[in-house]
Design a protein around this ligand. Structure first.
Ligand code: ARG
Length: 252
């Protein structure tokens, strides 16, 4: 009995000595390693929402996602992929959520859940300044239109019976085709359109906005995270963080 007690004592003493040195339950390194990661699926060719600055993906979505993850105690990891791969990444569990200036649509709601929306936006039409045969939304009917594959822009123009649609991997690819005269117009989200036009001399945005949309984050159906994300989003809206992030990237 005595022997057992002294053994236990020795063990306790040794343990508290070790703990004293390493601050409870292991080194601080192994602690950070324990922070659970959340993978965000995105398509990082969509300034100001997600784009590369050097090797890093920055932008409004990247910062909002980071703020949400910090609040909920996760480490954010951003996975760049084609836009039309994001929903599958989320439904298959390869990614924990999708955030990509993604518009809430009934079609998408069949496969994923959306958080509350964090932005309202519009689809716009980009054309060449000179001799464009597209002068308004009606002209799209008889035009060749460039879109990013799988986006709402793609869905809208696909309804036009007479139009010819060219689908590109990224928005910048579609705008490049416009500057090369391969398409007559590009239909894409308003803020990225401004960023693309600023980088491509000779292009402009038509005054006619096309459709109103809401952006939200998508998660696996019935995910426990959705509730937490909505709570974090609401707090970040209330304390002005979302406004601050928006005005950092969008100078009106
Ligand atoms: N808002 C549009 C959509 O949801 C386009 C989003 C494209 N986003 C991107 N990161 N490339 O379909």
């Amino acid at each position: 009995m005595k022997r057992v007690i002294s053994l236990v004592l020795v063990a306790v003493l040794a343990c508290s000595f070790v703990l004293g040195l390493t601050a409870c339950g292991g080194s601080s390194d192994s602690k950070t390693a324990e922070v659970k990661e959340l993978h965000m699926a995105t398509n990082a060719a969509f300034e100001p929402y997600e784009y590369y600055k050097g090797k890093k993906i920055v932008g409004i979505d990247a910062e909002i996602a980071d703020a949400i993850c910090k609040k909920l105690g996760y480490k954010l990891v951003i996975d760049d992929m084609d836009f039309d791969a994001i929903i599958t990444a989320v439904t298959s569990g390869k990614a924990d959520f999708g955030m990509a200036g993604m518009t809430v649509t009934d079609e998408r709601k069949k496969s994923v859940d959306f958080t509350d929306s964090y932005t309202t936006t519009t689809q716009v039409i980009i054309v060449n300044e000179k001799d464009s045969k597209v002068k308004n939304a009606d002209d799209l009917e008889k035009a060749t239109i460039g879109v990013q594959r799988g986006t709402t822009g793609d869905v809208y123009v696909s309804d036009l019976k007479e139009a010819k649609i060219e689908r590109f991997n990224t928005g910048p690819d579609a705008v490049l085709a416009l500057t090369q005269g391969k398409v007559d117009a590009v239909v894409i989200d308003g803020q990225p359109a401004k960023a693309f036009v600023a980088k491509n001399k000779g292009t402009k945005i038509l005054d006619d906005p096309f459709a109103e949309e809401e952006y939200a984050i998508c998660l696996k159906k019935d995910s426990d995270l959705t509730k937490d994300f909505n709570k974090a989003l609401a707090e970040l809206k209330k304390d002005g963080t979302i406004d601050k992030i928006n005005s950092k990237y969008i100078k009106e």
